[in-house]
Design a protein around this ligand. Structure first.
Ligand code: IFM
Length: 449
């Protein structure tokens, strides 16, 4: 098997660079009705026919709710420094805002075990599983949901105490706002571009309110936000395609970052698409733009775009490029470009790569999974992070997505992103070659760590 190769002077090999693996509650936990967990918008979305491939649901997922002890041992054996997980809001809070002790105990025990194993915890508060009862009152289109999120952040940070090293308020608000409210392929399945931006604004407000609470209730913990981003390459050298690339980046990358770092939505976007500007109340942008300790970046691929009269930005498949099982182009250079670009455009807090990985057509054969493409993907993307750091970007960590195969949203269980293979019938876990490669790499790092 190949080895991960980085220059010996690389910052990725220094003791303060964090390596981890990541998951999210709805994608791995299963047990959707256990111990008083309330329904979430994803339970509801899965139940509507034709929304999720093969009619898949949050059951069984990886049954992590019942198998967490073995899973944490598996994480320890990989030799990672940190584990990124998310809390299921509907598991820990009752409809009237009280703590659900059983749900909270699950996370307390899990976090305690991580601490025993000296693994730092990166906890995301919202990775898309909004309680359905809040959706019934308008979900993210209702400004009040941002305040309910603040209550939830307060409950979690009080209950979990000093167990958590780092909090992320939200994961990928672009995905939950746009795929959930404009494109309609994610919960709650709406298709209105203007309302999608309003939902996005309320999510950013929730982030800001959540930050205020975390600073009070968990002053020792780091706190920030996780965004999905990718550079856009123009499909041709034509002026309008180059403009489309800028619009695409404003729409996805900057629309969620600029409010947090600079307290305003990107002008390019508000000028070109004023009809999409959300309703912003006095004081909102101040709440949204509080200092964060880090920004998490989830990177998978780039976009290749041209101008389109109706949609403004149209996506194209990359020609003759290597793609993953999702059809996403493998483009590590995009990660370096993205990080270097952001660094030249903003005064950034430290960055963490909070997700990076690929879906593979993985098969279990004689107790092994030879996911050679994922091994190469890992090597090339770590190299890309290294190159960005060499060019002056302050990146402090890297989390592989994902620890194990899991429920991939609208694609159900058909897409496998894990470094660990899950047999969903037997729930057997098998380390793929990429997990072995990652573990070998982590063990080879200098002993001074
Ligand atoms: O599985 C998702 C994850 O929940 C959020 N980021 C992208 C991953 C792959 O699509």
């Amino acid at each position: 098997m190949q080895r991960i190769d980085l220059p010996s002077s690389s910052r990725l090999l220094s003791p303060d660079f964090t390596f981890g693996v990541a998951t999210a509650s709805f994608q791995i936990e299963g047990a959707t009705q256990a111990d008083g967990r309330l329904p979430s918008i994803w339970d509801q979305f899965c139940a509507r026919q034709g929304h999720v491939k093969n009619g898949d649901t949050g059951l069984p997922a990886c049954d992590h709710y019942n198998r967490w002890q073995k899973d944490v041992e598996m994480i320890r054996d990989l030799g990672v420094d940190a584990y990124r997980l998310s809390i299921a809001w509907p598991r820990v809070m009752t409809q009237d805002g009280q703590p659900n002790t059983k749900g909270l105990d699950f996370y307390k025990q899990l976090l305690d075990r991580l601490q025993e194993f000296d693994i730092r915890s990166f906890v995301t508060l919202y990775h898309w599983d909004l309680p359905q009862h809040l959706q019934d009152r308008g979900g993210w289109l209702n400004r009040d949901t941002a305040y309910r999120f603040q209550d939830y952040a307060s409950l979690v940070s009080r209950e979990l105490g000093d167990r958590v090293d780092t909090y992320a308020t939200l994961n990928e608000p672009w995905v939950s706002a746009i795929l959930g409210h404009e494109v309609g392929i994610h919960a709650p399945g709406m298709t209105n571009a203007r309302l999608a931006r309003q939902a996005g604004h309320h999510m950013l407000l929730a982030h800001g309110l959540g930050m205020q609470t975390l600073r009070q209730e968990a002053p020792e913990a780091n706190a920030g936000l996780v965004l999905n981003m990718g550079p856009n390459t123009p499909h041709s050298r034509r002026y309008d395609d180059r403009a489309a690339a800028l619009i695409g980046e404003a729409s996805m990358n900057h629309w969620f970052l600029e409010p947090v770092l600079e307290g305003r939505y990107p002008q390019l976007y508000t000028r070109l698409r004023p009809e999409l500007t959300p309703q912003i109340l006095p004081g909102d942008m101040e709440i949204i733009s509080q200092d964060v300790d880090f920004i998490g970046i989830n990177y998978y691929t780039r976009g290749i775009v041209s101008f389109d009269r109706e949609k403004w930005v149209k996506d194209h498949a990359a020609k003759d490029a290597e793609v993953t099982d999702f059809g996403w182009e493998v483009y590590p250079q995009g990660l370096t470009d993205l990080l270097v670009d952001l660094n030249s455009q903003y005064i950034l807090p430290p960055l963490m790569i909070t997700e990076n990985g690929m879906a593979g057509d993985d098969h279990l054969e004689q107790d092994r999974v030879h996911d050679e493409q994922r091994c190469r993907y890992l090597q090339s993307h770590l190299q890309a992070v290294h190159e960005a750091i060499e060019q002056g970007v302050d990146v402090r960590g890297y989390f592989a997505w994902s620890l194990m195969d899991n429920f991939e949203w609208a694609e159900g269980y058909s897409k496998r992103f894990g470094m660990v293979y899950i047999d969903y019938e037997t729930q057997q876990r098998t380390l793929k070659d990429s997990a072995r490669l990652f573990a070998d790499f982590l063990k080879q790092r200098p002993a001074s760590r």
